[in-house]
Design a binder for this molecule. Structure first.
Ligand code: IVH
Length: 707
C-alpha cells in the first residue's frame, strides 16, 4: 500500500497553496474511494485515508469558499459498486393469484364472466400450462438482438443480469423475424439431474450446496461473475411477454407458438382448454406426470386465451384478473408439537406459533407452524365454527403439518390417540408476553392484541421491520435482522432514529465499525442507503407507517387521492366521524369504516402520531402523481349509476381508475361526472341539483377513447 506524504503546516498555508492542494486531495480521496468501493482493492491504509479527509476538511474550514459542493467531505461514501445495475421494468412483472381447490378455479371463471358480463353460455377458453418453480426473467430484444436481461426484483425494479443470461443456452442471442422491440418473459430453472450433479460437484470442492433446484437456479443467475453462471446448467421456458412494438398474436396460445417459432423453449404441456372441466382435467394430467418431468413445478397456470379479453380484464394491484395459478395440494407430515409460543406482531396481535420437532414437508425442513389465534388452538374457526372435529391443540401433541404454496406451514390435524393423558389444554395469555400490558380481544375479532402500543418492544421492533421492508423504505443493508440488532442495543428505537443514526454514531464510523458484521465499507454504504431514502414517494411512506389495515393497495389509494403528505396528514387529523374530512375519506372507493377508523386513529394525539411527526421532519415526501395524468379523466371524480350496457360496473370502474379517475359511490359536490345509464334514479337528480355534469354511457366511452 502507498503511504501518504506529510502535509505542510496548515496555519501558514497560503490561499494560493490551498487552491492548488484542494483538487489534488479530492482526486486522491476519490481514487481511494474507487479502489476501495468499486474495485474492492484498497490502495491506501484506513489511517492514510482518514488523514487525507481530515486535511481536506481542515483546509475547507479555513477557506470555506474552496469547499466544492461535491467535495468528498460532504459525502458519506463513494458511488458504490452495486452488485448489479438496476432495471426499471417498463411493464411491471406481476405475480399470480393462487387457487388451491377445484372450486377456486370455478370461482376464477365465474369472476371473469361477471366482470366481462359474459353469460354461462359464452365460451371463455383458457390455456393451461405447468407453473415452473424457478425464477422469472425478462429478456429484451431490440431489432432481434438480446440487449438486456433482468430479474423480477420487486416487480418494478429488477437486477440487470444481461451478461449472465447470455450464458444460458436456451436463451437465444439473436432472433430472426421478431418485432423490433420484444420483451420475452419466462422462468429460469434447473433440472433435477443437473441440480444433483451440481450439488455433488459443489460438495466435492467444499463449496456451498443448494437446498433445492430453485435456489440453485436463483443463486446461479445472481452471480457477479458471469463465468460462474456459464458453468451452471440453467434452462429457460418462455411463457409471457412485456413491452412489444407489435402484437405477437391475438391469442395466448398463438403468442406462445410465435415465441417457439422464434427459437424459445416453451413448455410442451401447454394446452388450450375450452372450459373449467377441461382445465381441471389437464391439471390432473400434469399432476400425474409431475414426478417424471425432471424439473420442479408447483402447480398449473390458467390464462384467458383471447388477448383482447386479457386486456379488458386487466390487473388488480399485483395480479392479473385473467390468470390464476392452481397449486398442487400441500404435502403433509406428522410430527410432535414441542411448545406453543406467542409472538407479538406489529399491530399488537398475539400470534401463537407451534415449535415442532423438525420434519421434512415437500423437500423443506419445517420446525415452526402458525396456529393463527386462540380459537384455532381450541378447535374453532374465526367464524366460531367447529374445525378438526373440535379437537384442540396441546403442547406435546402429534400434529399433521402442511405447506400450501410458499406460505408458512400450518397444522391440519391432531392425533388424539397419541396424546399424553396428562396434557392440559393450552391457556392463551391475557397479558402481553413481551411487555406485560393487558392483551384484549375486541368484539368480533379473533385476535387478542397487546394494548401496550409503542411501549411494547415487540410492537416497536416489528414496526421497524415493516418500515424497512421491501415495499416500504427498502433500505439496502438495513433488513429485519439489522434493525432488530440496532433496536436491542437502543440505537434505533423508532423509524425517525434511522435518519439520525449517522449523526449519532457515524463520527469516524468507529462505533458502527465495532459492531459485529460491520466494516467501514458496509457502514458507509448503510449511511448512503439511508440518505437516499430521505426522499420517499407518498404511497411508500403511508404504507411504511405500519398502520393496521393499511396495506400497499390502500396506501396507494390514499396517495392518489390526497396527492401530498401535507394534505393527507391534515385530512387524517381532521377526519373525525361526522366531519367533512371523514365523509371525503369514506368517499374514496375501497375505503370503508374499519380502514377509515384505523388510519385516522394513527393521527389522533398520542405516541403514534408523535412518532410520525418526528419521522417526517427527516423526509422529503414526493407527491403522488394521479395515474395516467394525460388521460382526459385523470384526477376527476366519477360516479356510475343506472344500468351500463357496454361493460359491467366492475369493468367500468377498473378502466376509469386505470385512466387516473377516482370512482366514488355517491354523488357530492366533489363529483365531476355522473355516468348515468337507463334507470338512473336519485343520483341523477342529486347531480342535476348540484350542477354536476351528467353523461350517458356512450358519451363516457367516447370521452375515454375506448371502443
Ligand atoms: S405467467 C402476469 N406462467 O410464477 C403473470 N408465471 O406466482 C405472468 N411462473 O412471477 C406470469 N411458471 O415467476 C406464468 N407458466 C407460467 C409460470 C409462471 C412459473 C412464475 C412466475 C411468476 C410467478 C407468479
Amino acid at each position: 500500500m502507498m503511504s501518504a506524504a506529510p502535509f505542510s503546516d496548515l496555519d501558514s498555508l497560503t490561499r494560493a497553496e490551498a487552491e492548488a492542494e484542494v483538487p489534488e486531495l479530492v482526486a486522491r480521496i476519490e481514487a481511494a474511494n474507487h479502489a476501495y468501493h468499486t474495485l474492492d482493492a484498497p490502495k491506501i491504509s484506513d489511517a492514510d485515508y482518514d488523514a487525507l479527509k481530515r486535511r481536506l476538511a481542515a483546509i475547507e474550514a479555513r477557506f470555506p469558499d474552496l469547499a466544492r459542493a461535491d467535495s468528498p467531505t460532504m459525502r458519506v461514501g463513494a458511488a458504490v459498486a452495486e452488485g448489479f445495475g438496476k432495471v426499471a421494468h417498463e411493464i411491471r412483472m406481476l405475480s399470480l393469484e393462487n387457487a388451491f381447490l377445484d372450486a377456486d378455479v370455478a370461482d376464477f371463471d365465474g369472476r371473469m364472466r361477471s366482470y366481462l358480463g359474459l353469460g354461462p353460455e359464452s365460451a371463455l377458453p383458457c390455456t393451461a400450462e405447468p407453473k415452473i418453480d424457478g425464477l422469472s426473467l425478462s429478456l429484451r430484444y431490440e431489432d432481434g438482438l438480446l440487449v438486456q436481461a433482468a430479474t423480477r426484483g420487486d416487480g418494478e425494479v429488477g437486477e440487470n443480469v444481461t451478461e449472465n443470461a447470455r450464458t444460458i443456452a436456451d436463451i437465444p442471442q439473436r432472433l430472426t423475424g421478431a418485432p423490433a422491440v420484444l420483451e420475452v418473459r419466462g422462468e429460469v430453472y434447473m433440472s433435477h439431474a443437473d441440480f444433483a450433479a451440481l450439488n455433488a460437484r459443489q460438495a466435492e470442492r467444499g463449496d456451498k450446496t443448494f437446498a433445492n433446484p430453485r435456489n440453485a437456479a436463483a443463486g446461479s443467475v445472481r452471480q457477479l461473475d458471469a463465468r460462474i453462471t456459464a458453468s451452471r446448467p440453467l434452462k429457460f421456458f418462455a411463457y409471457s411477454w412485456g413491452v412489444l412494438s407489435e402484437p405477437l398474436s391475438d391469442t395466448q396460445l398463438g403468442a406462445i407458438e410465435r415465441l417457439k417459432a422464434l427459437g424459445f423453449q416453451t413448455n410442451p404441456l401447454t394446452r388450450l382448454c375450452a372450459d373449467t372441466a377441461e382445465m381441471l382435467a389437464h391439471y390432473r394430467a400434469i399432476e400425474a406426470q409431475r414426478a417424471t418431468l425432471g424439473y420442479d413445478i408447483d402447480g398449473v397456470v390458467y390464462k384467458v386465451n383471447d388477448l383482447a379479453l386479457q386486456a379488458r380484464l386487466g390487473f388488480r394491484s399485483t395480479t392479473p384478473r385473467w390468470a390464476i395459478a392452481h397449486k398442487f395440494p400441500a404435502e403433509l407430515a406428522w410430527t410432535r408439537l414441542e411448545k406453543i409460543e406467542i409472538q407479538v406482531g406489529r399491530t399488537g396481535a398475539l400470534s401463537p406459533v407451534a415449535r415442532l420437532a423438525p420434519v421434512t414437508v415437500g423437500g423443506v425442513v419445517v420446525s415452526n407452524a402458525t396456529l393463527h389465534n386462540e380459537d384455532y388452538i381450541a378447535g374453532l374457526s374465526s367464524k366460531g365454527e367447529v374445525i378438526r372435529d373440535g379437537k384442540d391443540i396441546r403442547e406435546g401433541d402429534w400434529v399433521q403439518v402442511y405447506r400450501a404454496g410458499d406460505v408458512i406451514p400450518k397444522v391440519a390435524d391432531v392425533d388424539l390417540s397419541r396424546r399424553d393423558p396428562a396434557a392440559q389444554p393450552f391457556v392463551f395469555p391475557h397479558l402481553c408476553p413481551e411487555c406485560g400490558s393487558e392483551a384484549l380481544r375486541e368484539e368480533g375479532d379473533a385476535v387478542r392484541r397487546c394494548t401496550g402500543g409503542l411501549i411494547c418492544p415487540a410492537q416497536a421492533v416489528e414496526k421497524l421491520k415493516h418500515f424497512v421492508s421491501r415495499a416500504a423504505f427498502d433500505i439496502e443493508g438495513l433488513g429485519a435482522k439489522q434493525v432488530e440488532a440496532f433496536y436491542k442495543d437502543g440505537w434505533i428505537r423508532e423509524p425517525a432514529e434511522i435518519f439520525t443514526l449517522q449523526a449519532r454514531f457515524g463520527a469516524g464510523l468507529q462505533q458502527l465499525k465495532n459492531r459485529e458484521g460491520w466494516g467501514e465499507k458496509s457502514a458507509q454504504n448503510l449511511f448512503q442507503a439511508i440518505e437516499e431514502k430521505r426522499k420517499i414517494p407518498l404511497a411508500r411512506l403511508i404504507f411504511a407507517l405500519g398502520i393496521r389495515h393499511v396495506g400497499e393497495s390502500s396506501a396507494a389509494l390514499f396517495a392518489t387521492h390526497y396527492l401530498t403528505w401535507e394534505r393527507f396528514e391534515a385530512a387524517m387529523r381532521a377526519a373525525v366521524p361526522g366531519s367533512a374530512e371523514w365523509q371525503e375519506l369514506l368517499s374514496i372507493d375501497g375505503v370503508g369504516e374499519t380502514l377509515a377508523a384505523s388510519v385516522t386513529a394513527a393521527f389522533h394525539p398520542g405516541a403514534e402520531r408523535d412518532a410520525i411527526d418526528r419521522l417526517v421532519t427527516h423526509l422529503t415526501v414526493e407527491p403522488a402523481v394521479p395515474r395516467a395524468s394525460d388521460s382526459p379523466v385523470a384526477g376527476l371524480t366519477v360516479v356510475f349509476t343506472g344500468t351500463l350496457e357496454r361493460m359491467t360496473r366492475a369493468e367500468a370502474k377498473a378502466r376509469a381508475e386505470a385512466l387516473g379517475a377516482k370512482v366514488a359511490g355517491s354523488v357530492s359536490a366533489k363529483t365531476d361526472i355522473l355516468v348515468a345509464g337507463p334507470g338512473a334514479g336519485s343520483k341523477a337528480k342529486k347531480a342535476a341539483d348540484l350542477g354536476v355534469r351528467v353523461i350517458d354511457e356512450e358519451a363516457w366511452i367516447r370521452l375515454i377513447g375506448a371502443t
